[in-house]
Write a protein that binds this ligand. Structure first.
Ligand code: CP
Ligand code: NVA
Length: 311
């Protein structure tokens, strides 16, 4: 099963080839089907994943830990408040030491440099469980969910409405690798960074993915197969919550906006949602919402990633 990803890090979808991305989806499908049939193979028997968290988490923490358990391994939760990282031990030394005990490290961090440093100094695979810049495990689960619902990815239209952030950055990377057309709909001044645009422009030509930016939500959703949103203030931006609420108010996913989209359009959200801000209860709990299937697929997609990297 491991193939070419064995021993590698999973930091950004940009680092993978389109074939490797597809291989993760194929493995996700297999592992999800086996789980549904009650088959659990000890693919990662006796392997241990360390999970460093500088930020809160429900889905990432639980799905990685359960994923390891289901594959016969173990996971250790390492809150950054409790390990010596918090008292000044360097990221490099932490990575060197943890590599002597663990078979893989998953980390959720503030600065993206922390993930890069962990990867640089670790001798075991490092998985990005979210940084301020990227959330690649999320995007893999999201695209797998779109694939499940549509039977294909190539040519689909994904419209992200809201704050251009770590989640939308990773969605752009996944779109570029899979031939999905992506629209980012954010207020002017919240466009994707130059780094993201450069990576996107490197990867998109080979798959036929196209990029569109518009500040107008109604224009954005008119041909959407999938609409995606995320919180307006990400972890670390709590002080800006009120200011951002005012800026992003016109970008709420509500029934009025959904009526402007094709009737087959489905709605994604990485969760946690701030109901009443970026998405209404009616949409979250309505017939177009696939947010809980999406959350479940975090488990299956991450099992595939861990199996391919750590086996
Ligand atoms: N979507 C996501 O990463 O959720 P958590 O913050 O709960 O891990
Ligand atoms: N953009 C959000 C995603 C949470 C899963 C954040 O970084 O807080």
């Amino acid at each position: 099963m491991p193939g070419k990803l064995k021993g590698k890090n999973f930091i950004s979808i940009h680092d993978l080839t389109s074939e490797e991305v597809q291989f993760v989806f194929d493995t996700t499908k297999l592992l999800k089907m086996e789980e549904r049939m009650g088959i659990r193979r000890p693919i990662l028997k006796d392997k241990t994943l360390g999970m460093i968290f500088q930020k809160s988490s429900t889905r990432t923490r639980v799905s990685f830990e359960i994923g390891m358990n289901q594959m016969g391994g173990k996971a250790i939760f390492l809150s950054s408040n409790d390990i010596q990282l918090n008292r000044g031990e360097t990221v490099a030394d932490t990575a060197r030491v943890l590599s002597r005990y663990l078979d893989g490290i998953m980390a959720r961090v503030f600065g993206h440099d922390t993930i890069l440093d962990l990867a640089k100094y670790s001798s075991v695979p490092v998985i990005n469980g979210l940084s301020d810049f990227l959330h690649p495990c999320q995007a893999m689960a999201d695209f797998y969910t779109m694939l499940e619902k549509s039977g294909k990815l190539q040519g689909l239209r994904l419209v992200y409405v809201g704050d251009s952030n770590n989640v939308s950055n990773s969605l752009m990377m996944a779109a570029a690798k899979t031939g999905v057309h992506i629209t980012i709909c954010s207020p002017q001044g919240f466009t994707p960074s130059d780094v993201i645009m450069n990576w996107y422009n490197q990867d998109a030509p080979s798959t036929g993915s196209t990029f569109h930016f518009t500040p107008d939500p109604i224009e954005a959703v008119k041909d959407a197969d999938f609409i995606y949103t995320d919180v307006w203030a990400s972890m670390g931006q709590e002080a800006e919550t009120e200011k951002r609420r005012q800026i992003f108010k016109p970008y709420q996913i509500n029934d009025t906006l959904l009526q402007k989209a094709p009737s087959h359009c489905l709605v994604l959200h990485c969760l946690p949602a701030h109901r009443g801000d970026e998405i209404t209860n009616e949409v979250m709990d309505g017939p177009h919402s696939i947010v809980f299937d999406e959350a479940e697929n975090r488990l299956h997609a991450q099992k595939a990633i861990m199996a391919l990297l750590m086996q």
